[in-house]
Write a protein that binds this ligand. Structure first.
Ligand SMILES: NC(=O)c1ccc[n+]([C@@H]2O[C@H](COP(=O)([O-])OP(=O)(O)OC[C@H]3O[C@@H](n4cnc5c(N)ncnc54)[C@H](O)[C@@H]3O)[C@@H](O)[C@H]2O)c1
Length: 350
């Protein structure tokens, strides 16, 4: 049994829900929030301790895993403190806000011999399992192009939470906070990004950070892909279209769990459709979102070290954000990975 302390009772409520459904593997021992009334709001039947001080769970030798669902500026200091206390760590996005910080986390994780799992729960769901199955069965061929849409709606109520929309608290806008999931999916499906160019702007709300962006990616494979982002859409929709050599995969518009049906998988050569449909029918379903994420995290801690999202993949996501902000500010095309001599290696805060 893996004993967990969840830090933060906002999105932490959804982590709690998933962990409680996986009660053969995890036990939520404590939920920490300085606003303890918020903890009671998310308590279901669970018998966890409600705690107001993070140090309390870091000092508790019975806790194995610290699950960080705090505002972004706390992610790095609490990750480092949890590793120093000998805990494994789950960290909500963004893992960090500079490549320097990412390196600190990698060093601390190696020193403590404890894992850090960045949260990218959008990877889990039955349709993305089908896509992976088609890829590994050789039925897709190479990615030719992909078009990603993160078209969500955020207004004054969303920005009423003081840390949001600010460089000091949120550390970035729609690129960092919202499209980071789609960009992780892009690399999950199409491999590493070799270079990118980008434009960002603030057009929807009176905030410091960006709320619209357009990005062009050249993948290491040579494929060219795009990401289009706004927080001023009529409603929240996420859509992915991936054109492979042998088929075109198109998601539905479910905003927060794009791995859910309906997806379409259409063969370029109609004669191949039957094979594709047979492969789709033979694919085992998998749990969606946080439940899938924590299922594989449990395997990673117990039997299959490579089952979960890795620290290297979290590092790559911070590298992408660094490159996007640099490309948008300079107009230059930026190569990946970000190296220590890059001008934004220490961070992208203006
Ligand atoms: N994976 C996803 O899809 C997803 C979705 C939403 C948010 N997030 C991420 O989760 C993180 C939290 O977002 P949120 O929307 O839940 O924020 P939130 O502000 O709603 O909740 C954060 C909680 O942390 C508590 N807190 C802050 N500082 C604390 C401290 N020092 N000690 C104890 N408690 C403290 C606050 O009281 C608050 O209840 C952010 O990094 C955000 O980007 C991820």
């Amino acid at each position: 049994m893996i004993n967990v302390a969840i830090l933060g009772a906002g999105i932490g409520a959804q982590h709690l829900d998933a962990l409680e459904r996986l009660s053969d593997t995890f036990r939520v021992s404590a939920v920490v929030d300085k606003d303890t009334a918020r903890i009671e709001e998310i308590r279901g039947v669970s018998g966890f301790r409600a705690v107001s001080d993070i140090q309390d769970v870091l000092d508790d030798p019975t806790i194995d895993l610290i699950d960080i669902c705090l505002p972004p500026h706390l992610h790095v200091p609490i990750t480092l403190a949890a590793l120093a206390a000998g805990k494994h760590v789950v960290c909500e996005k963004p893992l960090a806000t500079s490549m320097r910080e990412v390196q600190q986390i990698i060093d601390a994780s190696e020193k403590a011999r404890r894992h850090v799992f960045p949260v990218f729960q959008y990877r889990w769901g039955p349709s993305l399992a089908q896509l992976r199955h088609l890829q590994s069965s050789g039925l897709t061929g190479a990615v030719q192009t992909a078009a990603l849409e993160t078209h969500w709606s955020r207004g004054a109520d969303y920005y009423a939470v003081p840390w949001r929309g600010t460089w000091a608290g949120e550390r970035g806008g729609a690129v960092l906070g919202h499209a980071i999931h789609n960009h992780d999916l892009l690399t999950h499906i199409a491999g590493e990004v070799a270079s990118l160019s980008a434009m960002t702007t603030t057009r929807v709300n009176p905030i410091e950070t960006e709320d619209c962006a357009t990005i062009c990616f050249q993948m290491a494979s040579g494929a060219l892909c795009t990401s289009n982002i706004t927080l001023g859409a009529a409603k929240d929709e996420t859509r992915l279209r991936i054109v492979f050599e042998h088929l075109t995969a198109t998601s539905g518009t479910e905003p927060y769990a794009p791995g859910q049906p309906p997806w379409s998988f259409v063969a370029r050569n109609p004669e191949d459709q039957a094979k594709i449909d047979a492969a789709l029918a033979s694919c085992a379903p998998e749990p969606v979102g946080f439940e899938g994420f924590f299922t594989d995290l449990g395997k990673a801690l117990q039997t299959e070290p490579n089952a979960a999202v890795s620290l290297a993949e979290g590092a790559a996501s911070v590298g992408l954000v660094t490159a996007i902000y640099h490309a948008a500010r300079t107009g230059q095309r930026v190569d990946l990975p970000i190296k220590p001599d890059h001008p934004l290696y220490e961070g992208w805060q203006p």
